[in-house]
Design a protein around this ligand. Structure first.
Ligand code: 6PG
Length: 221
């Protein structure tokens, strides 16, 4: 799955840079994307992307220091960014150390500056929690925020989180949702409902990459 995802990410970023001289990439947190990040960092998938033209952002962050073990920024920096020629000024981490409210305000300002007022990310990577959450948008919680960012207490530790909001997510040109393992099958089944954030995305803009175990959920839906 990681190899196929890396080739898809490479193709999407190359197309964006060709069309608009830059690409905006939102990295997902959690563990599922880590093999993808490793493939992207290796030579064979990295070859086609002009990484100096890529603006790197995050879908969400757990509030705390950027080098905390739970930090999505730290995980992506170690697995991917430290190994690629991304321009330091083009790395826009979520300032979780400011706490949910101030961090969300600061990140919202960054998003408007990087994406412009109409904000259309080129590629957003999403994971899928066993409960159906993606980014830090959880079922039966606030998904819209101010239209760009939402923050609050997640039902799962670590609780204080900052996340991109659903209205920004649905404007993305492509969303690549990654899910693997039998523990995600039930959440995959819920993608057909309206209960989970990823189900709000228009067909054609949402690409599911599932391994066989997670895809068993499709038979449940
Ligand atoms: C986070 C992620 C979150 C993650 C899912 C799946 O900050 O935790 O953004 O949405 O993608 O919880 O996590 P795993 O990939 O580790 O199963």
């Amino acid at each position: 799955m990681a190899e196929r995802a890396a080739l898809l990410v490479t193709r999407i970023l190359r197309r964006a840079v060709r069309a608009r001289a830059r690409a905006t990439l939102f990295l997902a947190g959690g563990t599922t994307p880590l093999p993808l990040y490793a493939r992207l960092a290796e030579g064979r998938a990295r070859g086609g992307v002009s990484w100096r033209a890529v603006e790197v952002l995050w879908t969400d962050e757990r509030c705390g220091p950027p080098e905390a073990p739970a930090s999505n920024f730290r995980a992506a920096r170690e697995a991917l960014l430290d190994k690629l020629p991304v321009a330091p000024r083009a790395v826009h981490r979520i300032p979780g150390e400011l706490g949910p409210e101030r961090g969300a305000d600061a990140y919202g300002q960054t998003l408007r500056e990087v994406l412009g007022s109409r904000g259309r990310p080129d590629l957003v990577l999403l994971g899928l929690g066993a409960d159906g959450h993606s980014a830090s948008l959880f079922p039966r919680q606030e998904w819209d925020g101010d239209g760009w960012v939402v923050s609050g207490e997640a039902p799962l530790a670590p609780r204080p989180r900052i996340s991109i909001a659903l209205p920004l997510l649905v404007r993305a040109r492509t969303v690549l949702l990654l899910a693997s393992g039998p523990e995600k099958a039930e959440a995959v089944a819920r993608l057909a409902s309206r209960e989970v954030p990823a189900s709000q995305l228009r067909p054609g803009r949402l690409v599911w990459l599932l391994d066989v175990a997670a895809a068993r959920g499709l038979a449940l839906s």
